[in-house]
Write a protein that binds this ligand. Structure first.
Ligand SMILES: C[S@@+](CC[C@H](N)C(=O)[O-])C[C@H]1O[C@@H](n2cnc3c(N)ncnc32)[C@H](O)[C@@H]1O
Length: 260
């Protein structure tokens, strides 16, 4: 079957992070749903492994998933795979040349390590048990790198460096995963009835939604009371949810928070 670009149906390989295992599938399904695409895993799909092969997607679909996913490390256009390097070689030789519709093939010319036009990766799957690593990989993949996921958001939005925090602040990774599960998108209005210090609102505002919330705790809503930080007795001025959004450049998405 040929696509409109003349390339046969492509398979894409997602390399997933091995944490929040139960939240990965709902995240990818939700991000695909935002594109109106179903989740179509290739044969022998195993949810708990770090490598998933997906069918029925375009490169644009994959790029849009990667622009949001915090559960995925990277995505590749899959060119070959196998249980051994020999099987991989056979699989690569069968890869349709029209899919390699790139003027540089068959890999002639100089290699630019500093600013490559394309990046090719060999990925080896040694399983998920760190105490039982086999001599040889269980499986090997070769593909063209497409994009990285948004794992960086976990570091850049860590509550450790957040302006306003409380004892119940939601961790950054989970906040972004929840925002993805909820398919939050540009111009949505998100209301968190148990808003706390607004971690969920921070994540949703990053995805360009307007955000608001309520909480039963006067001190949380007004940014007063005892600080949750070590070495600080009382919350300082401007320790509130609006300031958290300001910290990440999304203050314009802030609507308001109220005491209930
Ligand atoms: C786990 S925290 C919420 C975390 C928050 N959603 C975030 O993104 O970081 C739970 C919050 O619910 C609030 N809460 C508890 N009971 C409530 C109620 N009946 N109505 C509104 N807020 C309530 C608490 O004061 C607390 O701030």
């Amino acid at each position: 079957m040929a696509t409109t670009t003349g390339r046969s149906c492509l398979q894409y390989l997602l390399h997933l992070a091995q944490d929040h295992l139960d939240f990965r599938l709902p995240e990818i399904k939700a991000l695909l749903a935002l594109r109106g695409k179903p989740f179509q895993p290739s044969e022998n799909f195993k949810e708990k492994t770090p490598f998933w092969c997906l069918d029925g997607l375009s490169e644009e679909d994959v790029r849009s998933i990667m622009a949001r996913s915090v559960c995925t490390k990277s995505a590749f256009e899959l060119w070959g795979h196998g249980q051994t390097h020999s099987e991989l070689r056979t699989s690569l030789l069968k890869y349709p040349s029209e899919n390699m519709a790139l003027e540089y093939l068959p890999f002639e010319g100089t290699v630019s390590l500093k600013s490559p036009q394309h990046i090719f990766c060999l990925l080896e799957d040694y399983g998920t048990d760190p105490n039982n690593i086999p001599e040889q990989p269980f499986y090997v993949y070769f593909g063209r790198w497409i994009a990285d996921g948004q794992r960086e958001l976990i570091r850049s939005h860590s509550v450790k460096n957040r302006h306003f925090i409380g004892n119940t602040s939601m961790d950054a990774a989970l906040s972004f995963i929840m925002a993805n599960h909820a398919k939050v998108k540009e111009n949505d209005v998100v209301f968190d009835p148990f808003v706390g210090t607004g971690s969920l609102l921070v994540a949703c505002s990053q995805f360009k939604a307007y955000v608001c919330g309520t909480d039963i705790d006067y001190n949380i809503i007004h940014g007063k009371g005892r600080s949750s930080r070590k070495n600080q007795k009382w919350r300082g001025p401007d320790e509130n949810i609006r300031a958290n959004l300001r910290q990440y450049g999304t203050e314009k998405m802030y609507l308001d928070v109220m005491l209930v």
